[in-house]
Design a protein around this ligand. Structure first.
Ligand code: SAH
Length: 208
């Protein structure tokens, strides 16, 4: 598969509607975020292993999530689960030079590698070694929040840290499979819709 084939399929099947999400995918080199021996599979539509037993999400999965997130230039976005940093790079394009992306990662080694990869590419991204269950209260509220790990339930802290109006996109469910949920906060109420079934690595509870 090639980058172009993937993009044509998303458009033909009306899976990705936001042209800016397609543009971001076009511009970010996914091959830079996978381990060297997996580079030639960078544009297969499958998750790939990254260091420490974690994965970089399947391209279609991440596109569906970003399409649901409705990111506009200038927004402040929080991501939970930096992993390879690939989603950060896509978000960086979507928020543009006046926007900001904060991404939380529990594993310090993954955070460091992602930070190095993004240093020259995405100056508007900050990666922090923090527990995503707590969010990032000191930088709240966020226009958008995206969780790229499987949550058994929606962390309350994240709902508190979402702007009104705002959108959070999160895969919720057991480790065997999750439902992609999009919650729109408006006038302090939430409208929920689901957009497919996914398989993410778990959002871990930090050992204290
Ligand atoms: N968005 C990533 C894929 C994320 S995989 C990419 O583009 O590559 C999920 C990541 O969430 C893993 O790196 C894992 O270490 C991290 N993670 C798991 N539990 C977490 C928690 N409680 N807080 C922050 N990060 C967490």
């Amino acid at each position: 598969m090639t980058k172009e084939t993937l993009m044509m399929r998303w458009v033909a099947e009306k899976q990705v509607r936001d042209p800016r999400v397609l543009q971001a995918f076009h511009e970010v080199p996914r091959e830079k975020f996978v381990l060297p021996r997996w580079k030639r599979y960078a544009y297969e539509d499958s998750p790939l292993p990254t260091a420490k037993g974690q994965t970089i999400s399947q391209p279609t999965t991440i596109m569906l999530m970003l399409d649901a997130l409705e990111v506009h230039p200038g927004m402040k976005v929080l991501e939970i689960g930096t992993g390879s940093g690939y989603t950060c790079a896509l978000l960086s394009h979507l928020v543009g030079p006046y926007g900001r992306v904060m991404s939380l990662e529990l594993d310090p080694d993954l955070a460091k590698t992602a930070e190095k990869r993004l240093a020259s590419m995405s100056p508007n991204v900050t990666i922090l070694v923090r527990d995503g269950w707590e969010g990032l209260p000191e930088s709240a509220p966020f226009d958008r929040i995206i969780v790229t790990a499987a949550a058994p339930s929606i962390p309350m802290a994240l709902l508190d840290q979402l702007k009104d109006p705002g959108i959070i996109v999160i895969p919720v469910g057991p480790p065997e499979g999750q439902t992609g949920l999009k919650l729109k906060k408006e006038h302090n109420t939430y409208v929920q819709e689901s957009f497919g079934q996914f398989l993410f690595v778990p959002l871990r509870k930090e050992e204290k």
